[in-house]
Design a protein around this ligand. Structure first.
Ligand SMILES: [Zn+2]
Ligand SMILES: [Zn+2]
Length: 158
């Protein structure tokens, strides 16, 4: 109980690059926007003129780790991504694509929302990675609907 320092922090995985970015411990990546819960930065392999990633500071593996209690989180991530787009000068919020990769098609094992704009300018050779409704990629909307059907694990009962 006394030795708090040796206790690994539950929300930070030292070997995870997105955790390091989310805790401002990565010197290479520029954080574009952040709040208490979320952090946004540019994708290192942009597939569109604007391509950002929104991650929670907490180390959550992927969209498969979420349940219905996390619908709000997904919603906040999407809102955050749209705010960044507006701040970056995107005015047509219909021509955007927001979504998640699904395991095993994830590059970093830390939940991240891809935010791309304009969607009509997603490069054709990278389009397959960001096509909604495939095994690889799902829209944030689709994820929220799917989570509505995933009951939360009954670990804690108050
Ligand atoms: Zn992480
Ligand atoms: Zn991804």
């Amino acid at each position: 109980m006394a030795n708090n320092e040796s206790k690994p922090r539950k929300d930070l995985d030292e070997s995870c690059v997105f955790c390091l970015i989310a805790h401002n411990r990565d010197e290479v990546t520029t954080v574009i926007k952040q709040d208490q819960e979320l952090v946004c930065f540019s994708d290192i392999y942009p597939a569109a003129p604007h391509h950002y990633l929104v991650v929670p500071r907490e180390h959550i593996l992927s969209c498969r780790s979420l349940n219905r209690r996390n619908i709000d989180l997904v919603e906040r991530m999407a809102k955050f991504g749209k705010e960044v787009l507006c701040e970056q000068g995107i005015t047509d919020l219909k021509d955007v694509r927001l979504g998640f990769h699904q395991p095993p098609f994830i590059s970093v094992d830390h939940l991240h929302l891809h935010v791309l704009a304009p969607a009509s300018q997603i490069s054709s050779y990278m389009e397959y990675k960001f096509t909604p409704g495939t095994d690889r990629f799902i829209s944030e909307e689709f994820l929220r609907k799917r989570l509505g059907k995933v009951s939360s694990p009954a670990i804690k009962k108050f």
